[in-house]
Design a protein around this ligand. Structure first.
Ligand code: BGC
Length: 731
């Protein structure tokens, strides 16, 4: 349809019909086994069921087709229903969780993975995915860090944009792509104390400099939707904030697409203490600029009344409806309401999808320690021990409907790949994944005879460990310990897993720990006991293969931490790009009246950007092409990376800059660019980065964006802590 036809359609619609375009009902209204709970299912009036503009959480193509066919029969203007779903890191084929994808520092790979997810979801009738989550995260206590790509604005922005490009492709109409909804706007990741849904108190300059850029990148990449977040920001719930949703999002960021509240977020304006009742909540959210009400029924119940009473302008409603009609039209729904379902469109073969998931899993691994070159594996007798050794649950709670039969555990891959290389393998469970007191007893079934079972598992594990030359301990958080509403005040593994590590170490000299997790954990004890420590995140369908590829040396490890790993939870929130303070802790010594902990370092145990590879990399001092940068010109910063080892090495070379003096204090370092490099043994590569004035801009004291003349420091390094800087001056 042409734009003018959409406008004519809008004119023909009744007020009730228009209101209903702004209403999203849970999938359970139409399909009882959808991914959504049925809070509105029993109460939703028939007219809402028949006229609601969108629904979420239905995963089955056959059902979507039946629902759409039935819906179209009754809709007065034959406007198709829009189907949305959380396709976060996989629909059928699951890729590493977003935090794992952040660790790859490989936006191209993420874009390809997103394209496959879109293709699979579109083939099941899905039109919109609630992804990417572009929230910046600095607090590992927050369970949703797993859904983000980490603590750095630049990395997050590149990853979010890559996801948007991958999901949406060059043409939304082609039936192989889905529209992307960026979430959760804004600053949801800064929840106080890392407690989910908690309020956010954040200065405007930190919001603008650190939290907004990734949403902005996603919008610039063309994201068609934005979701408003649950949290309040500086006292105003975002879903009712005109300043954020209109002034910042629409006026400053130039977003022209559809906005939607998070689940029940409009209703939550009441417990926030910001709205009197649902009617007041509907009015405040609509005024703030939230186009679609996800599941509360506030818009369905009150928008018509508010317009008729003159308390909301109909023109506001019309604009929102037109945006939704435009999205439906751009998706090709008016021509084919069952797009994606009616013809066989996929371009990726199952083999290609699995190969990419395997590559992504391998690239997401972060090698934190490798003592005496225990990796790549040299052992001839290997025991795979621990609750993750045989587990195929390597996805996350946000892979809602994965193809479980395709999942490859570490043990599956070990059996497939190692015996043919002359390696003997054994496996043992060792212990349970969780113990009581994890807050999961509601979900996780515990056998009454768990104690006895654990004793038996421990005995079997110790026997296998004593037999082996090397034990590969597969430890980690339970699947349900990261994701939404999984905040933790402790960042440790359960005692049974640490006990397993200690006892295995007593009988087997060499221990490699594979750590499966959705967040940074306290890993000091693991790093002390183990010869090697590898963070595997939640690696997805091909996790087992990807991990074995790295352990055997087929693929050199290349992942870097997208979030700082603390010594202890007491350091959280923790991020490398902090402000210096007036009494910075000296790099050497431990002077009394400086900004420090009495009992812990300030810095991370493993900093942002850190990750080892095989080979032996050495980076030369950074060189600058000049000492002054003038408007419209650029400087080149370069360094040489050499692999002195006998194995291939893969690293992400990182460019950091510090603005030494500003009208506002500036972070001690900021990532400004990065490049992945693969080096053969003995190879040297030159890495060059351009430094330009726009990279140096920030929200200045005079409330404008811009750079300020003065001194800057530049590092080229392999993580956010190391390296010696050189200086230049911006004139
Ligand atoms: C989450 C969103 C998600 C939505 C729909 C909410 O609880 O916060 O991230 O997209 O549910 O499933």
């Amino acid at each position: 349809m042409k734009a003018i036809e959409l406008e004519n359609l809008l004119k023909e619609m009744s007020l009730e019909e228009k209101v209903m375009q702004l209403v999203q009902v849970p999938g359970s209204v139409y399909a009882k086994d959808s991914a959504t709970t049925g809070i509105l299912q029993e109460t939703v009036p028939e007219k809402v069921r028949r006229l609601a503009g969108s629904t979420l959480g239905i995963m089955d193509g056959g059902k979507i087709r039946d629902i759409q066919d039935e819906y179209m029969k009754h809709h007065p203007h034959h406007i198709p229903l829009l189907f949305m779903l959380d396709v976060i890191h996989g629909h059928k084929t699951v890729f590493p969780c977003p935090l794992g994808q952040g660790a790859t520092f490989d936006p191209d790979l993420t874009e390809q993975a997103a394209a496959i997810q879109a293709e699979e979801a579109a083939a099941d009738g899905v039109h919109v995915t609630f992804s990417p989550m572009a929230d910046l995260v600095r607090d590992a206590r927050w369970g949703r860090v797993m859904e983000s790509t980490g603590e750095d604005p630049l990395l997050n922005g590149r990853m979010a944009a890559a996801m948007v490009r991958g999901y949406q492709g060059p043409d939304l109409k082609d039936g192989r792509h889905v529209a992307s909804c960026v979430k959760h706007f804004a600053a949801y990741g800064a929840a106080e104390g890392g407690r989910d849904y908690n309020n956010t108190e954040l200065s405007e300059h930190t919001l603008r400099d650190s939290y907004l850029p990734a949403y902005q990148e996603a919008i610039q990449a063309g994201a068609r939707m934005v979701m408003s977040s649950f949290n309040s920001w500086n006292g105003i719930p975002v879903t009712g904030s005109e300043w954020l949703m209109k002034k910042i999002l629409r006026e400053e960021m130039g977003f022209e697409g559809v906005t939607i509240s998070d689940w029940d977020a409009i209703g939550q304006l009441i417990p926030h203490g910001y709205a009197e009742d649902l009617e007041d909540a509907a009015r405040k959210a609509m005024r703030a600029g939230v186009d679609i009400d996800m599941t509360t029924g506030a818009y369905a119940g009150y928008l018509e009344k508010l317009v008729r009473e003159g308390r909301l302008p109909e023109s506001e409603l019309d604009k929102a409806v037109l945006r939704i009609l435009t999205l439906k039209n751009d998706l090709g729904l008016f021509e084919n309401p069952c797009r994606g379902l009616t013809e066989h469109l996929p371009v990726h073969t199952p083999e290609e999808k699995h190969a990419l998931a395997r590559k992504a899993a391998a690239e997401s691994l972060v090698l934190l320690k490798n003592e005496d070159g225990v990796l790549p594996l040299k052992a001839k007798k290997l025991a795979f021990i621990g609750p993750y050794a045989m587990s195929r649950d390597l996805h996350s709670t946000w892979a809602i409907n994965p193809d479980r039969a395709q999942g490859v555990s570490v043990w599956d891959a070990a059996q497939e790949m190692l015996p043919e290389a002359g390696v003997e393998v054994r496996a043992a469970q060792g212990c349970d994944m969780v113990e009581d007191g994890t807050g999961l007893s509601f979900f996780v079934y515990h056998d009454a005879d768990q104690r006895e079972k654990n004793q038996k598992w421990m005995a079997e594990a110790l026997e296998a460990a004593a037999w082996a030359d090397t034990a590969v301990l597969c430890l980690g958080e339970h699947l349900l310990q990261s994701g939404e509403s999984t905040s933790r005040a402790k960042l440790t593994l359960p005692p049974c897993q640490l006990e397993l590590l200690r006892r295995v170490k007593e009988v087997c000299g060499k221990v490699i720990v594979l750590l499966f997790c959705g967040r940074p954990l306290e890993v000091a004890q693991m790093a002390d006991h183990a010869s090697a420590l590898v963070v595997c995140w939640r690696p997805g369908t091909e996790g087992g293969h990807g991990i074995l590829d790295v352990l055997t040396g087929k693929v050199p490890p290349s992942g870097c931490l997208p979030m700082s790993f603390p010594h202890t939870v007491g350091q959280e929130p923790l991020h490398y790009d902090e402000y210096a303070t007036g009494r910075p802790r000296p790099s050497e010594g431990n002077d009394m009246f400086t900004s420090r902990y009495l009992d812990c370092a300030n810095s991370a145990l493993f900093p942002f950007g850190f990750g080892l590879s095989y080979g032996k990399a050495e980076i030369s001092p950074v060189e600058l092409s000049g000492s002054e940068l003038r408007e419209g010109e650029h400087l080149t910063a370069r360094a040489f990376l050499t692999n002195h080892g006998d194995e291939k090495a893969a690293h992400t070379v990182q460019l950091y800059i510090q603005d030494l003096v500003g009208s506002r204090v500036r972070p001690v370092r900021q990532l400004r660019d990065f490049r992945r490099v693969l080096l053969e043994p003995g190879e040297t590569r030159e890495i060059a980065f351009r430094i330009e004035e726009p990279m140096l801009r920030f929200w200045r004291a005079d409330q404008t964006y811009g750079s300020e003349p003065g001194r800057f420091r530049v590092w080229i390094s392999l993580n956010s802590r190391d390296g010696d800087p050189v200086e230049f001056r911006l004139c």
